[in-house]
Design a protein around this ligand. Structure first.
Ligand code: C2O
Ligand code: CU
Ligand code: CU
Length: 526
């Protein structure tokens, strides 16, 4: 017989029901939370890892380096050299076998090299066949403000702008690029840029056969979509905006250069929007630094590395041996950031840029001279004023964002001033002044290193440091049309890190607006 009494439950220790439920919930929650943490860490680690780009040893060097053609000017009735530039857009082959729609001058990507000599009267017709209004600025050029090509000289689609001026400065490697306010990063990234070489009669024996032993090296970083289109997006953790993972040199991907002389002069332009390069050679050979932004140094300096921030130029001479192969390389630049920010701002990146291939027999170049020129740099002893500029966040100078309708600074013509520029932010900046070539006096309180020892129009300013420069405003007064000074990280420039100055007759300086107050709170502004 089966017992029929009430079924006896086996004795068990029980938590009260609600407690059990909570324990299970906590356990689940804990598991979920640790999954989230593991997930976030994994995403973070992979984001951090992927943010580093290193192409050293991986570039095929299978494309001959393109050399931008020299643009031959016409001579007009007044004896002026007239250059014709047409800004246009269309497909270009930047990656071999891939079509990318880009912008350029007299072609679909980049522009020709302009060349003129001290004393030349020149005129440039800039025709805009682009779908947008833009400007063309002559970076590093001493010229009247109306000819500067800054945001005030907008060229609408279908229009032609024709500035004229007289070349009046030493031999130099200058360049041109668009400058419409708020759109400069976009227009430059699409590809409008070119070199503007100046010569003078001061003859020193340097390699000067354009495209043979005097080589333009325009560095630009690009990022391409899968379909070959230019990717304009910036990583949200980047302090300098858009960065590319491929380097083009004169628009060439994976370039090599055949060399048949034992000395090669490289005129390197950093035409990138926000990337800083730390240039040297893969075998660590030394080279002679002979020039900076606005001209030659007094004497060559032997170096193994030279750093170049956006907008800056450097001229170097490198010696090759018969049969030699050496690679121009960029090592991780020192941009003054902590390990997190550095990683997302290009500070850990390394690139192979250009392979030099020396022939088995080389013509002997004349030896590089030990003295080059006597520079015409401003003398700080002549300074009549000191001005301070504080860069804060990513968009302000002296607490203010760029305003096209505000003149920030008025200087008297024919005077020298000291400009003291401090980077009060945690972001890397540089400082460019239109119209002039300045002398760098000090980085913080140290004497400046040789790579900023010549004429400069753009200087790198790491976070927390102050750069002092002597700058002379020789001529060209115009109380109405300003020049610009700004950070040449184009994302910062577009965001507002730019100011305007006019050069006026001495009795007009009393119209100077007071210097805007500096406000450290703006440091947190992005
Ligand atoms: Cu290269 Cu204001 O510019
Ligand atoms: Cu400029
Ligand atoms: Cu900046």
């Amino acid at each position: 017989m089966t017992p029929t009494g009430p079924v006896q439950e086996p004795h068990r220790l029980r938590l009260p029901l609600p407690g059990r439920r909570w324990a299970r919930r906590l356990l689940l929650l804990g598991a979920a939370a640790s999954l989230v943490v593991v997930g976030v860490v994994a995403v973070g680690v992979s984001m951090y890892t992927q943010a580093r780009v290193d192409t050293t040893g991986k570039v095929a060097f299978d494309q001959p380096l393109r050399i931008p053609p020299l643009l031959e000017p016409e001579t007009d009735r007044d004896g002026r050299a007239v250059f014709d530039l047409r800004l246009q857009h269309g497909p270009a082959e930047l990656l071999p076998g891939t079509e990318t729609v880009t912008w350029g001058a007299n072609g679909n990507y980049l522009g020709p090299t302009l060349r003129a000599s001290r004393g030349d009267d020149i005129a440039i017709n800039v025709a805009n066949s682009l779908p947008e209004a833009t400007t063309l600025h002559w970076h590093g050029m001493h010229l009247p403000a109306v000819a500067d090509g800054n945001p005030h000289q907008l060229i609408r689609p279908g229009e032609t702008w024709s500035p004229t001026w007289t070349i009046d400065q030493p031999a130099a490697t200058l360049w041109y690029h668009p400058h419409p306010h708020g759109e400069t990063a976009d227009h430059v990234y699409r590809g409008v840029a070119g070199l503007f070489l100046l010569d003078d009669d001061h003859r020193v024996e340097l390699p000067d056969d354009y495209g043979v032993d005097d080589i333009p090296v325009i560095l630009q970083d690009k990022r391409f979509d899968d379909d070959g289109a230019l990717d304009m997006d910036a990583h949200f953790l980047s302090t300098v905006g858009q960065l590319g993972d491929e380097i083009l040199v004169n628009g060439t991907h994976g370039p090599y250069l055949d060399v048949d002389r034992d000395l090669v002069r490289l005129r390197v332009l950093n035409a990138s929007n926000g990337r800083v390069y730390n240039l040297g050679f893969d075998d660590d050979r030394s080279f002679e630094l002979i020039g900076t932004d606005g001209g030659l140094l007094e004497q060559p300096v032997s170096l193994r590395r030279v750093q170049l921030s956006p907008g800056e130029r450097t001229e170097i001479i490198v010696r090759v041996d018969p049969g030699d192969r050496t690679v121009l390389r960029s090592d991780s630049p020192d941009i003054g950031l902590n390990f997190m920010q550095r990683r997302f701002s290009g500070g850990d990146d390394r690139f192979d840029l250009l392979e030099l291939r020396a022939a088995n027999t080389l013509a002997e170049s004349p030896p590089a001279p030990s003295r080059l020129i006597t520079t015409e740099l401003p003398d700080p002893a002549d300074a009549v004023a000191t001005r301070t500029f504080e860069l804060s966040g990513r968009s302000r100078i002296n607490g203010q964002k760029m305003d096209m309708n505000r003149i920030d600074t008025v200087v008297a013509v024919d005077t020298t001033e000291i400009w003291e520029v401090t980077n009060r932010s945690g972001n890397p900046h540089n400082f460019h002044i239109h119209d002039v070539q300045f002398r760098v006096l000090a980085l913080d309180n140290d004497t400046p290193p040789p790579h900023v020892g010549g004429p400069k129009d753009t200087v790198f300013i790491p976070p927390g440091t102050t750069v002092r420069v002597a700058v002379r405003f020789a001529d060209y007064t115009d109380p109405d049309v300003p020049y610009m000074y700004h950070c040449h990280v184009l994302f910062h420039e577009d965001a507002g890190m730019m100011g305007q100055f006019t050069v006026v007759a001495p009795d007009e300086t009393n119209q100077a607006p007071p210097q805007p107050p500096t406000d450290p709170r703006h440091d947190h502004d992005r």
